[in-house]
Ligand binder design. Structure first.
Ligand SMILES: NC(=O)c1ccc[n+]([C@@H]2O[C@H](COP(=O)([O-])OP(=O)(O)OC[C@H]3O[C@@H](n4cnc5c(N)ncnc54)[C@H](OP(=O)(O)O)[C@@H]3O)[C@@H](O)[C@H]2O)c1
Length: 281
């Protein structure tokens, strides 16, 4: 039986997709989902053993996949991913910019070389790989670029990590406008906490990576400016944009960041007064 036909028809047959950060978590789940829908998938990451295991599991299930070990912090590795894919398959139809690392140390104690590395992996790598595959996509007038941002690119949380994700968001939204009419779509997925190695430290129950993988695979055929998953997080993204001072209060109450007390105390009393007025009417 062809890969995954028991769940859905393969809608991505003949598409060649690159997924970065495909050795674990969201990237591995995305590679499996794209292959399940019929795409030939190129999996890129550093941990060769895990990459090979993902490729084998896709092949065992009847899908097509190949691994390219690469470090997204190294610009020549990034170019090599595009070159090897083009040499093997003649084109790239889908690029999923997913590789990323989390960073939560305070800025003052973050070593400069690690700040540079974070920006290279999370932001620059995605920009350079997108640049490397674009000429082929534009020549074919066909392609989908899907970038994995984060809720931290909508709501300011950890300064360094958020900076990379806000950057990715700006990159994706502006590139979408730049490429309008070229046949190349640009979409952004902004997940909240998802159950992967990256969130080992989080105690709460979280959605599995397959939720994000399905959203990403859907964006190939149905591109969107931005999708937040799970959708309940649209509320906090809206609050951050429309009422940032109130969002400060939520941050403080949930212990996400130590927003100044006197500021939030003022908002708390305003909020309590407003609620008392509402209750009285
Ligand atoms: N989990 C969440 O709650 C969450 C929420 C919002 C956004 N995200 C984003 O989702 C993406 C995937 O994260 P995840 O949750 O699936 O975590 P994960 O399981 O830790 O996956 C991270 C992936 O990125 C790869 N990677 C890290 N550094 C790399 C480098 N220098 N070169 C190449 N690949 C590198 C890792 O592969 P190697 O180590 O093998 O290189 C791994 O495959 C990230 O961009 C993350 O920011 C995650």
């Amino acid at each position: 039986m062809p890969y995954g036909t028991e769940r859905a028809e393969a809608t991505l047959t003949d598409e060649v997709a690159i997924v970065t950060g495909a050795s674990s978590g969201i990237g591995a789940a995305t590679a499996r989902e794209l292959a399940r829908r019929g795409a030939t998938v190129v999996l890129a990451a550093r941990r060769v053993g895990l990459l090979d295991a993902q490729v084998e599991s896709i092949k065992r299930a009847g899908g097509q996949a190949t691994a390219i070990p690469a470090d997204m912090a190294d610009a020549s590795d990034v170019t090599m991913i595009a070159e090897r894919t083009l040499a093997s398959f003649g084109r790239v139809d889908v690029l999923v910019n997913n590789a990323g690392v989390f960073w939560s140390r305070p800025l003052a104690s973050s070593p400069p070389d690690q700040i540079t590395s974070l920006a290279q992996v999370n932001l620059l790598g995605a920009m350079l790989l997108t640049r490397a595959v674009l000429p082929s996509m534009m020549q074919c007038r066909h392609g989908a670029i899907i970038t994995v941002g984060s809720l931290s690119g909508r709501v300011a949380m950890e300064p360094l990590y958020s900076a990379t994700k806000y950057g990715l968001r700006g990159f994706s939204l502006a590139l979408r406008r730049q490429l309008a009419g070229t046949g190349v779509s640009v979409s952004l997925v902004s997940p909240g906490n998802i159950n992967t190695d990256m969130t080992r430290h989080v105690a709460a129950r979280m959605p599995e990576p397959s939720l994000v993988a399905t959203a990403i695979a859907d964006l190939v055929r149905h591109p969107r400016r931005e999708v937040i998953v799970p959708s309940r997080h649209y509320a906090i993204a809206w609050l951050e944009q429309m009422l940032p001072t109130l969002a400060d209060l939520v941050h403080r109450q949930r212990g996400w960041s130590p927003v100044r007390e006197e500021e939030t105390a003022t908002w708390m009393s305003l909020l309590q007064a407003a609620m008392a007025c509402l209750a009285a009417t």
